[in-house]
Ligand binder design. Structure first.
Ligand code: PA5
Length: 448
């Protein structure tokens, strides 16, 4: 079985192989804490065996639901935020034609996203697009009470009901939420929507391999069985402790770097389709580790694009940064640089070469320059952008994140900090039940 590969040799200028090895026992213990569910947050470890625990029958049911939406919809709007949004978006972007939005190639509905922001123009423009289109809705909220998706759902549900009638609208809406709790569960039961459950023991940011990610990915036309198989292969590879365990190796190396003063990790890709993978990764690591006044700050860049914006900073700025580079071994298509008789742009030295060769040399040159400039590099090679390898990559990062969070000494599976903005927003919007906070907020703002 071919797998993604993790290479940490380009960090040795900052932390030696021996320094990383010195963390073997600690990392192995944290791996065991994840696998045996003995640490803080252990009631949120359902994702650890999710790939192997997911029954074929559930995957079939998801595919059947997707097929129904595919048949009746030109567009399917996936409503959700955070962990109820980023995984599906990342996988669909990674597997899609970059210009799918402008092509009608595959006959599957286009998957759009809403409820991941509160942009008024975004919502207006989305509804304007959908006005004369056949559309369906997948609404995802584990808690069933999150404001951003709830607003988007209220608007789109009303619009769909107006277009096709309440009864037919109910056939075009799928809800993914808690088995029993929350407003969305109650509404889904009352309206008779098809539903899928987000298990209690799977947190939002670890939920892409559950129906949360799998249904939108299936609607977009991708093979969810291959995705889950890739993840299951990685699940098997990340059980035994040791440096052959890629998740342990990555967790251990990034913690060694953090302890050596590298406080910022930049996930760099050289493939535009991986932009949203970086967004998903930032949520996974940011929400898992950023607490108790600690943690590596997860950032991401798209290269070579951002070499023309962030390149200066990475090469020359404060030396508190390391990079994790996602390198893609194989492109799906070939494009050759043509010869030009006049050669006014001076590019004939590239004539006959593939664009990917140029990209690979840009990547290698950048990696060498960054390492020489004091930016250690961890390199993760993805053999190709297929469902199977993406499944591997997702599970690899999830497992490493759990191990790394325990190495850092935090509860990797809560997110208490996310509540602070909600409290203030509800106070400012005078939500019933927040009267005291509203009053305090008014007084505070009046003093300024
Ligand atoms: O990872 C998390 O738990 C969060 O990012 C949630 O996914 C996000 O806040 C959305 O929550 P919900 O699915 O309850 O609407």
């Amino acid at each position: 079985m071919k797998t993604i590969d993790v290479n940490v040799t380009s960090v040795y200028q900052t932390v030696s192989a021996d320094q990383i090895k010195a963390l073997d026992a600690e990392a192995a213990k944290c791996l065991e804490t994840v696998d045996k569910a003995t640490g803080p947050g252990n009631d949120f470890l359902g994702w650890v065996t999710l790939p192997t625990d997911t029954p074929e029958s559930l995957l079939d049911e998801i595919q059947q639901t997707a097929a129904k939406l595919q048949k009746s919809c030109e567009y399917v709007v996936c409503i959700g935020i955070g962990g109820s949004y980023l995984g599906a978006k990342a996988v669909i972007e990674a597997l899609s034609d970059s210009f799918a939005a402008y092509k009608n190639a595959d006959g599957n509905p286009k998957v759009l996203f809403a409820g991941q922001n509160i942009g008024e123009d975004y919502m207006w423009e989305l509804m304007d697009l959908l006005n004369d289109k056949k559309f369906g809705i997948i609404v995802i909220s584990k808690s069933g009470t999150t404001t951003e998706p709830a607003i988007a759902f209220r608007l789109l549900k009303e619009m769909l009901e107006r277009k096709v009638g309440k009864k037919d609208a109910a056939e075009l809406i799928v809800a993914i939420t808690d088995a029993k709790k929350g407003a969305l569960r109650q509404l889904a039961t009352e309206e008779g929507y098809k539903t899928f459950v987000i298990a209690d023991n799977v947190g939002g940011r670890y939920s892409v391999l559950s129906p949360v990610g799998l249904l939108p990915i299936a609607v977009a036309g991708y093979d969810i069985k291959a995705l889950v198989k890739g993840a299951a292969d990685m699940e098997a590879l990340t059980v035994a402790p040791g440096e052959q365990n890629p998740a342990q190796l990555y967790a251990q190396t990034r913690n060694a770097l953090y302890r050596a003063g590298k406080k910022i990790e930049i996930l760099a890709n050289y493939c535009p389709k991986l932009h949203y993978f970086g967004e998903w990764w930032k949520q996974l690591y940011g929400e898992t580790e950023g607490k108790d006044g600690k943690a590596i700050f997860p950032a991401s860049v798209d290269l070579t694009t951002d070499l023309h914006s962030m390149g200066q900073w990475i090469q020359d700025g404060e030396r508190t940064v390391f990079e994790t580079v996602l390198t893609l071994a194989k492109q799906d298509h070939e494009v050759i640089v043509p010869t030009d008789n006049d050669n006014l742009d001076g590019l004939n030295f590239l004539a006959g070469k593939r664009i990917d060769e140029v990209n690979k040399m840009a990547e290698l040159g950048t990696r060498i320059a960054h390492v020489d400039g004091g930016v250690p590099n961890i390199v993760i090679t993805i053999p190709a952008l297929t469902e199977e390898y993406i499944g591997q990559l997702i599970y690899f990062f999830e497992k490493a994140c759990g191990i790394s969070g325990y190495m850092l000494g935090v509860n990797p599976f809560n997110q208490p900090g996310v509540e602070a903005y909600k409290k203030n927003m509800f106070a400012l919007l005078a939500k019933p039940g927040y009267e005291k906070e509203t009053e305090a907020m008014h007084q505070r703002l009046a003093q300024k």
